[in-house]
Design a protein around this ligand. Structure first.
Ligand code: FES
Ligand SMILES: [Fe+2]
Length: 401
């Protein structure tokens, strides 16, 4: 039955293509005929190459457009940008790579806050880990084996096997709710990291276990709990109702790699003064700051106006803060209501150019109007603890925060 429906649809499509391009050919032939002063230059009288190019070329373009429309309508629009793609101005990728090395050299590591704050970190998307699947994730200075057992639950173990160091997420096999190392077949329980089976040993010693990391799955994402003191999770990731009940299906995302301390990004929300400068020029002036912040008579007829509030929440949600932004575009004295989602996505790339190139001063020169930033810093310090790792312990090129 399905076969006949698909076949029927295919025939209808072919007929439509034939009709559309048949007519285009007729018109094309007639134009040629007119140019050459011939009266009846119809289908069949044109040179062979003309039919070939117009008909098959036309069909190729037609199917390409259908394919693109399908992609836009039915597949997620992912905009994934590499470190050298955004935030370096107009230069080449090679120039960006040189600049990255230079910045890593000149940044003073002793001035930075600890590199990894305590808390939940998204390490994967749920849809990428079906049952019995394991993936290797390197972040937070660790390498994790993230896998989904037969019970449908996610488990996270240290990826490197304590036996002889194989990466269990590369070639390892999920068996029940355990992960089997690909090197000698030791089997580790996802619930506690304990080794339950060594295929060639009479007895499994008590010390045979691997570190297990607390994990959670919310909003289509897999989270790992990181705490420098080894404490269990101190809070849970809040669920976004519309994602959990399927009202907001996945339609794509933007993803950027950024050369900055992780604290810089949330700090931006408390830095209200930068909104009125960096994010004011017309979005059409782009994200290269040398262009965006220079006066341009043609493009300065509109600009963006922002207003914002940053506020930490009360206990028991003191680990959360709220940023509320309002945005308008005055145009010839009017403020038309606009969708500002797109504007924000593009505007972040202006921040990225700042983040990539800045340093993190421990004693910034704040004026009274900057008062939210020191407040943010005091609030954010709750995520660092005595044993939080400092930058000096990591390779300078480490970008895995
Ligand atoms: S290295 Fe994993 S079982 Fe030997
Ligand atoms: Fe910003």
């Amino acid at each position: 039955m399905i076969f006949y429906i698909i076949r029927g649809m295919y025939l209808v499509l072919l007929n439509s293509v034939d009709f559309i391009f048949g007519n285009i050919i007729e018109v094309g032939h007639q134009k040629i005929a007119n140019n050459f002063g011939v009266k009846n230059f119809y289908h069949g009288e044109a040179p062979f190459w003309f039919d070939l190019v117009l008909f098959y070329g036309g069909q190729a373009i037609f199917f390409y457009i259908i394919w693109k429309l399908y992609q836009i309508g039915f597949t997620p629009l992912d905009r994934v940008q590499d470190l050298t793609d955004v935030g370096w101005g107009d230069g080449s990728k090679r120039a960006a790579a040189n600049r990255i090395r230079e910045i890593q050299r000149i940044r003073k590591s002793n001035e930075l806050p600890p590199v990894y704050p305590n808390g939940w970190f998204a390490v994967a998307e749920s849809r990428n880990i079906p049952k019995k699947q394991v993936i290797s994730v390197s972040c937070l200075g660790e390498t994790f084996a993230v896998f989904r057992g037969d019970d449908g639950k996610i488990n996270i173990l240290d990826a490197f096997c304590p036996h002889m160091g194989a990466n269990m997420a590369v070639g390892g096999v999920v068996k029940g709710n355990c992960l089997e190392c690909p090197f000698h077949g030791w089997l580790f329980d996802g619930k506690n990291g304990v080794c339950s089976h060594i295929p060639y040993a009479k007895k499994v010693p008590d010390f045979a276990k691997v570190r297990r990391w607390p994990s959670d799955e919310r909003n289509g994402m897999v989270f790992v709990w990181y705490d420098a003191e080894g404490r269990p999770p101190q809070w849970t990731v809040p669920a976004i109702k519309e994602i959990e009940n399927g009202e907001y299906p996945y339609r794509g995302r933007t993803e950027h790699k950024i050369l900055a301390h992780i604290q810089e990004i949330p700090e931006n929300g408390s830095d209200l003064a930068h909104l009125g400068h960096l994010h004011t020029p017309n979005i059409m002036k782009g994200t290269d700051l040398a262009v965006a912040l220079t006066a341009n008579k043609l493009l300065d007829f509109i600009h963006h106006e922002w207003d914002g509030v940053w506020k930490p929440l009360e206990a028991p949600n003191e680990h959360r803060a709220e940023v509320t932004l309002s945005h308008s575009i005055p145009m010839f004295g009017f403020k038309p209501k606009m969708m500002d989602v797109h504007v924000r996505a593009e505007q972040v790339e202006r921040d990225i150019m700042i983040w990539n190139n800045k340093i993190f001063p421990t004693k910034p020169m704040f004026v009274a109007e900057d008062k939210l930033i020191p407040r943010f810093r005091r609030w954010y310090s709750q995520f660092y603890s005595k044993n939080s790792p400092r930058f000096g312990g990591f390779r300078k090129e480490g970008l895995d925060w």
